[in-house]
Design a binder for this molecule. Sequence first.
Ligand SMILES: NC(=O)c1ccc[n+]([C@@H]2O[C@H](COP(=O)([O-])OP(=O)(O)OC[C@H]3O[C@@H](n4cnc5c(N)ncnc54)[C@H](O)[C@@H]3O)[C@@H](O)[C@H]2O)c1
Length: 340
Amino acid sequence: MKLFITGGAGFIGSNHIRLLLASDPDVEIVNFDALTYAGNLENLRDIAEDPRYRFVRGNITNASEVLGSLEEGVDAIVNFAAESHVDRSIESAAEFVLTNVAGTQVLLDAARMRKVPRFVHVSTDEVMGSLDDGGFFTEDSPLAPNSPYAASKAAAEHLVRAAMKTHGLDVVITRCSNNYGPYQFPEKLIPLVIANAMEGKIVPVYGDGLQVRDWIYVDDHCRAVDAVMRKAATGSVYCIGARSERANLEVIRTILDAVGAPHSLITYVSDRPGHDRRYAIDPVRVESEVGWSPQVTFEEGIAKTVAWYRDSAEWIAHARSGEYREFYEKNLAWRETMKS
Ligand SMILES: NC(=O)c1ccc[n+]([C@@H]2O[C@H](COP(=O)([O-])OP(=O)(O)OC[C@H]3O[C@@H](n4cnc5c(N)ncnc54)[C@H](O)[C@@H]3O)[C@@H](O)[C@H]2O)c1
């Protein structure tokens, strides 16, 4: 199976590639990634020389770069590439529209031109907004995004669906809850708390810290994306979650205990504007139709993740120093032109 994976140098994409190479001897992967601040080839250092794997630096908003690397004969495009950090989308949404919306359309057009038989679009539960009055997200929940990030992912989903309805492209969409695990950039909650706790630095908590997220260990998400890619019917949408709801404050306290750091590091800061209160997934459809189920409990996952960050001081230092941002900075001029 030949796969064209976008965003494979990021957190989930790199875990996905590692998992596929370990579990499928017949897989061949092109990892197409622009290496923004979130793309880090150190995430893939251990598999970089695998003959079944090839990295191409390219931007999904650039049709000629995509077409130049997408050969006929590819069995599926798996689209992880995105601007993914909600706080950054509040600061400036333009990058999010460019990559998440326009970039997805470029990939859909390229998939048609190269006759790619399957397009897997990795979306997020955040497209469905916030569950303030209880209940669970299902595949039938309406799209009601609240942040520019979520809105751009929802827009992308509409384009993916339209490519199927209008042009007959074979597409599937996954909407997963919050991931955690190795190689997550230390601006996101769990790695930020682990890294700060290990260094004895304050741990910022938005608002009252009672926002609820439904946490899933990254490998479980990757196994779900793979199962959906191989087994799902055309046009399917699947919500993916591990039935692991936790308030942010509870997550932070669990991590501080696992690291052995005092709870006094917790420091309350003003809440994020438009901060969603609760996400929770009902994963029954993906479990019954695709045969996937999560394998890692929250407690096991946190223990593995803390252990990984403990052993990865160099990775954290490099991620925080931002050395690998050079390419991103060089492209800022181009991005400014696109924005204006
Ligand atoms: N992290 C989560 O909890 C979560 C949950 C559900 C869904 N998702 C979705 O999963 C996907 C991956 O998320 P992540 O957390 O790994 O993100 P990430 O920010 O760690 O990685 C994104 C990757 O995409 C690349 N990229 C960004 N813009 C690009 C462009 N224009 N062209 C090519 N590559 C580009 C980056 O260089 C990076 O390697 C995203 O689509 C995200 O919306 C994430």
